[in-house]
Design a protein around this ligand. Structure first.
Ligand code: F0G
Length: 455
């Protein structure tokens, strides 16, 4: 059931095919270089792109812009404590700010950090501290067609062997990302959270949950994990985080805001170190690089995101897109993720091997076909990792309706019909940091890209 209606609207335009071709060329065949004006349905990310509720907009006016100790910080801190169960919190400008603050306080050169699967900024921040980020996904998570309820789980056997090989003293932190963005937005079970917490305790490592999409994860747990069949989403949300020593959060996802993030932890010493780093990199620890009004919006958003009507509508919206793609015969990662549907570009374009970046070709073709912007999360975004060639269609929260979803499905289906003619791509130039190359690299298709779209 649609759990809201529009009150403010933003006009959209669909550029004609010639404009799309020119815009994509000018962007170096990298959709991060496109102007938003030239995009009709923008599924680049679910991060900070959603619509706030009228209560959030109203709360902005309560923003207390005092430099230190604002009332807005108090309301924000209470929301984090009530919804997520952490009393000590440091706001940051967004999730990667939280990663910088926390990892700088925890890691040293030569350390090893296991994660069910690092997101790109998380990997880059671990590496930036001189530590080695190691992914421990389940084999089933890397199989787009395999049916399993919790494909985002940490592979606990692999985690143990990573800890044993490195030596526990070299593993100061173990991170669990819920839902698992790099593994198709798949959920993590509470049972898995408990097992990872046990390994962290044995290794005396800080157990960190990357909680960006904690409410979507909780909703999946409620639907799929027997023990929680009758539990409220809000209860599950707290239960899953109760095992963590610290969390990093991007408010731009499950705090339903356009900016903001935070790090929260239980240990007082760690909290003090985080506050010091926050002063250096973010701002005084009661505002962390945000305006008081941004803290207010996060405080309201955190309470809204665990309401069942919100999160049910959210997962249904994503599944509506997934079902349409499956019906059109498009190979899609299943089950569908919480924030996105991931198309399996490897199966979509079997004539293109990894070096031809099939995911990036598909992203470009979707733009040319229907002015739809998606993002590649395969061998282009994650070089040197062994993972499926995925293209993510991430739905902003509370923004697009069924007509947009249908347009996206028609666009991808039209590219699928002419898939044999889709060419591969070459990277023409790339920036020095390999973990971040997909944001700025320029590419070119090996042959002219398909016909201009009519969708
Ligand atoms: N962790 C995860 C799992 C994320 O998905 C992201 C951001 C971050 C950390 C960093 O948060 O953007 O607020 O600094 N993911 C966005 C995406 C950008 O498109 O998936 P941030």
């Amino acid at each position: 059931m649609r759990a809201y209606r529009a009150k403010v609207v933003e006009p959209l335009r669909r550029p004609d095919p010639e404009e799309r071709q020119a815009a994509l060329e000018a962007a170096g065949y990298n959709v991060f270089g496109l102007d938003a004006e030239d995009v009709y349905v923008d599924l680049l990310t679910d991060s900070g792109t959603g619509a706030m509720s009228h209560d959030q907009w109203a709360a902005l006016h309560r923003g207390d812009e005092s430099y230190a100790g604002s009332r807005s910080f108090d309301r924000f801190r209470s929301a984090v404590a009530d919804v997520m169960g952490f009393e000590q919190v440091v706001p940051t400008h967004q999730g990667r700010g939280a990663e910088n603050v926390l990892f700088g306080a925890l890691l040293e050169d030569g350390d090893v950090v296991p994660n069910n699967a690092h997101f790109d900024t998380t990997r880059a921040h671990v590496a930036n501290q001189g530590a080695d980020p190691v992914d421990c996904p389940l084999p089933v998570g890397l199989a787009p067609e395999a049916d399993y309820s919790f494909k985002g789980n940490m592979n606990v056997d692999r985690l143990r062997s990573v800890v044993d090989e490195a030596g526990a003293e070299r593993v100061p932190a173990i991170v669990l990302t819920v839902t698992n963005n790099s593994i198709a937005g798949q959920p993590v079970s509470v049972e898995n959270v408990r097992r990872v917490a046990a390994v962290a305790e044995e290794a005396d490592a800080t157990f960190v949950i990357d909680a960006c999409r904690f409410a979507e994860n909780a909703a999946f747990v409620g639907a799929r994990e027997e023990e929680f069949a009758d539990a409220a989403v809000a209860e599950i949300a707290r239960e899953q985080l109760s095992y963590a020593d610290a969390i990093t959060m991007s408010g731009k996802k499950d705090a339903l805001t356009n900016v903001g993030g935070f790090v929260a932890c239980r240990d007082e010493g760690l909290f003090e170190r985080c506050k010091e780093r926050a002063i250096l990199y973010e701002g005084f620890p009661t505002y962390g690089g945000l305006a008081g009004r941004d803290l207010e919006a996060m405080a309201v958003g955190l309470r809204e995101v665990v309401e069942r009507r919100y999160v049910t509508d959210r997962l249904e919206g994503v599944a509506a897109l997934g079902r349409r793609l499956v019906d059109a015969g498009v190979p899609v990662y299943q089950p569908f993720g919480g924030h996105a549907v991931y198309v399996d570009a490897g199966r979509f374009l079997p004539h293109l091997d990894t070096e031809a970046f099939p995911g990036q070709s598909l992203v470009c073709e979707c733009y040319l076909e229907g002015a739809v912007r998606a993002v590649e999360l395969g061998s282009f975004a994650f070089p040197d990792t062994d993972r499926p060639e995925l293209v993510r269609l991430a739905l902003p929260r509370r923004s697009y309706g069924l007509a947009h979803v249908e347009h996206v499905a028609d666009t991808v289906a039209a590219v699928h019909e002419r898939r044999d003619d889709v060419p591969g791509m070459d990277v023409i130039s790339e920036p020095p940091t390999p973990e971040l190359r997909h944001f700025q690299a320029e590419l070119a298709p090996c042959e002219p890209m398909g016909r201009f779209g009519e969708t």
